[in-house]
Design a binder for this molecule. Structure first.
Ligand SMILES: *Cc1c(COP(=O)(O)O)cnc(C)c1O
Length: 403
């Protein structure tokens, strides 16, 4: 075992992962402590949207750190006001929209959960509807919204009155039939589940039902937002308007920041004393988010996201083992014909390519918005080599043990 693995085992909580010891990054490359280079097509799980050490990121962090980094929520800062106005504009909330800034996806979803209570409690409605396979985070509230047994069961009892429905419009309609629903929280595309799309018309029907039952429609766009799918928000691809949306991951290109954006009447639910965060939206985080979102907008990166996404999907579909792709823009699920995703991930890492395996037959990629022809070509070469290596290993294994 190398020294760093011993150190990690000795000092860090044992929670899995830690495939390599990374020390440096530039663009879509990262290097480990031995100087090995990897092409990073996971981007810190859909976070490093400008790649690593982007000059815009470096400049924003350095300048703001040397100016004013933190002031607490007793004070406002110009960057925070600029970011809130920018998020309202990008989300299309109009004047009535409001923004709260926090530090992680889980935290933004905690606040969304509290929004559901503020909305439903006055009329005694406490149910929050979530979708099977959803991932909303690891804190107790967000975890209670996350139906995956492996994540949630060790920590039961969960926050009560969360109702899990299946991926069908009938199941959605059934959840509203009994009444008592305060809100529904849903990812437009389920990222952690393996880039799983909802059935056509599901979100539109969810919007109709929540409106009909005076329940909030809250979208968890922690992974799909901030341009990832080729629109600023995935809901803009569906032509619906939610009551609230949460953002995190790519919003500040690797600086910890998250947001809850409310629309219309949902903007009036919180009042002084009901929520806050010491670090949330501090001047440093706000400056990095403004620089990141401003750069995406000014340099037309949404177009690149759509173009590179389409280019990757077409080429990936031709590869061995691949039965299809899911997702939108640069959030791509690659479906394999066999349950060999873990082996493919490992073979990719061995060849200097970072991808991840959210399920046994799905590989997920979420590269930087800045990738060009060179990164796409290198990805395809390395990923094909990883698939070929797994195919030939399984062919020789089945020769040895014919079933
Ligand atoms: C990553 C993720 C979260 C949790 O975000 P953290 O920053 O890890 O707390 C919540 N929802 C979705 C959809 C995510 O992808």
């Amino acid at each position: 075992m190398s020294d760093w693995k011993e150190g990690a085992a000795h000092d860090l909580m044992s929670l899995g992962g830690r495939f390599a010891l990374l020390t440096r990054g530039e663009g879509s490359s990262v290097w480990d402590a031995e100087g090995r280079r990897y092409l990073d097509f996971l981007g810190g799980i859909a976070v490093n949207c400008l790649g690593h050490a982007h000059p815009v990121f470096v400049e924003a962090v350095s300048t703001q750190a040397a100016t004013l980094a933190h002031v607490s929520n007793y004070f406002a800062s110009p960057g925070q006001l600029e970011l809130a106005a920018r998020l309202k504009r990008l989300a299309g909330t109009g004047d009535a929209g409001r923004v709260f800034l926090a530090n992680s996806g889980s935290e933004a979803n905690e606040m969304a959960f509290k929004l559901a209570r503020l909305h439903g409690n006055p009329t005694g409605r406490t149910k929050v509807v979530v979708v099977e396979g959803a991932f909303h985070g690891r804190t107790m509230g967000a975890l209670s919204l996350t139906p995956k047994a492996k994540y949630r069961d060790p920590f039961l009892p969960a926050v009560p009155d969360v109702v899990t429905i299946g991926h069908s419009i009938e199941s959605l309609e059934a959840a509203f039939a009994d009444g008592g629903v305060a809100a529904m929280i849903v990812e437009p595309i389920q990222g952690e589940a393996g880039v799983i799309e909802l059935p056509a018309g599901f979100l539109t029907r969810a919007r109709e039902l929540t409106t009909e039952h005076d329940a909030l429609l809250i979208l968890d766009e922690v992974q799909t937002g901030s341009g990832r799918t080729g629109e600023w928000f995935a809901f803009q691809r569906e032509g619906i308007v939610p009551d609230a949306v949460t953002l995190a991951k790519s919003i500040a290109a690797g600086f910890p920041l998250s947001a809850l954006i409310t629309f219309g009447a949902a903007s009036d639910l919180f009042y002084p004393g009901t929520h806050n965060s010491t670090f949330g939206g501090n001047p440093l985080a706000a400056a990095v988010a403004n620089a990141t979102l401003g750069y995406i907008e000014d340099s037309g990166l949404l177009e690149n996201i759509n173009a590179r996404g389409a280019q990757l999907r077409t080429a990936i579909a031709e590869l061995p083992y691949v039965t299809g792709t899911t997702g939108a823009g640069l959030l791509i699920g690659i479906r394999l014909s066999e349950p060999v995703a873990a082996e493919v991930r490992a073979a990719a890492h061995e060849r200097g390519l970072i991808v991840n395996a959210p399920t046994e037959d799905i590989i997920r990629i979420a590269p930087a918005y800045t990738i060009g022809d060179a990164e796409v070509a290198e990805f395809l070469t390395l990923f094909r080599a990883a698939l070929d290596a797994v195919a030939s290993a399984s062919a020789s294994a089945s020769k040895e043990n014919p079933s």
